[in-house]
Design a protein around this ligand. Structure first.
Ligand code: SF4
Ligand SMILES: [Zn+2]
Ligand SMILES: [Zn+2]
Length: 315
């Protein structure tokens, strides 16, 4: 296999584009996909301050890396979720990346700052740990961006993530989610910061190749809570289809953005957002889901703590 640009031996094959590239031209291909995503979806401009949500995995570090190379004002935000054997290593890799590049990094520690960890969600909430974790991450990304004056929050979601989410939303006909699914979630309401996904045109294995070629040291292990997640099943199913029909994933997702979204949004009803009466963040209820989650988890944790043993009565 040879690079389609320079005929040197190819390092990465991109079957859905009927292409293969040497390292140099693969990086050029990668950059072009990101530039196109940012431009076509009007994600941000050079003047904007970008808060990059960084987990320490390949996608978010690759995103931060490419935005810094392009000269954007990109600050990282890492949330330590308190997951044993995973969170501390993720934080270390993120800090090392920031140190090497002299990039600004904000750390939020779920336990130190909110008094709970993702482990507590297992005992203190009826949501699955991933659902409670996802809700908390979205809440904290928005809160930090708002409080520190960022214009936009960028996440490392890739084509595989987006296609798997779309498949799940279609299987369950989640029309509310389908309307909102896309590479840009506009600010739209007070206290809601714009969210963007600049890697949505790139497949997971292309991002892994980019991370290797750029020498990015990322956490290889998946979060232990991801085992058995539905999204992994959808990804596997899509990978199987992709093997037999290269480009299927891209057609599904980019086709949805071009055609499907229009059809669904024709019937769109924008949910009415109000301010949470406790924390002031946007919500459709009186109290936002995050404040309700925190309350439930704290109450259950308090209840599950053993009663203090009474000292023996003095005779
Ligand atoms: S797999 Fe679940 S618990 Fe782990 S980081 Fe992702 S959302 Fe959170
Ligand atoms: Zn080449
Ligand atoms: Zn709230």
């Amino acid at each position: 296999m040879r690079c389609i640009k320079c005929r040197q031996p190819a390092a990465v094959e991109v079957r859905r584009h009927h292409s293969a590239f040497c390292p140099e031209h693969f990086i050029e291909f990668f950059d072009n996909q990101v530039r196109r995503a940012v431009h076509d979806e009007k994600m941000f401009s050079p003047e904007d301050r970008i808060l990059v949500a960084v987990s320490g995995g390949k996608d978010s570090l690759a995103l931060w890396d490419v935005l810094l190379r392009f000269g954007y004002q990109a600050t990282g935000l890492h949330i330590n979720l308190g997951i044993p054997g995973y969170s501390d290593l993720s934080q270390e890799k993120t800090e090392a990346f920031a140190r090497d590049r002299g990039a600004e990094l904000i750390i939020v520690d779920l336990e130190a700052d909110y008094g709970v960890t993702v482990e507590d969600f297992k005992r203190g909430s009826e949501r699955t740990p991933c659902s409670a974790c996802g809700l908390s991450k979205r809440y904290i990304f928005n809160k930090v961006a708002l409080e520190q004056g960022f214009d936009v929050v960028a996440t490392g979601h890739n084509l595989d993530d987006e296609a798997a989410t779309l498949l799940g939303n279609l299987i369950h006909w989640q029309d509310g989610y389908l309307i909102r699914q896309g590479p840009v979630l506009p600010a739209g309401y007070p206290n809601l910061v714009k969210k963007v996904k600049p890697l949505y045109r790139l497949a997971e294995r292309e991002i892994a190749a980019y991370a290797v070629l750029r020498g990015i040291d990322y956490v290889l292990d998946e979060c232990p809570n991801a085992v058995g997640a539905r999204s992994l099943l959808y990804k596997e199913a899509l990978n199987l289809i992709e093997q037999h029909s290269p480009g299927a994933k891209q057609n599904l997702y980019l086709g949805f953005l071009q055609k499907g979204r229009k059809l669904i949004s024709a019937a769109e009803e924008r949910p009415q957002l109000v301010e949470c009466e406790r924390c002031g963040m946007p919500t459709t209820a009186q109290v936002c889901s995050f404040c309700r989650l925190m309350e439930r988890v704290r109450i259950r944790l308090r209840r599950s703590k053993p009663e203090p043993v009474a000292p023996p009565a003095a005779r």
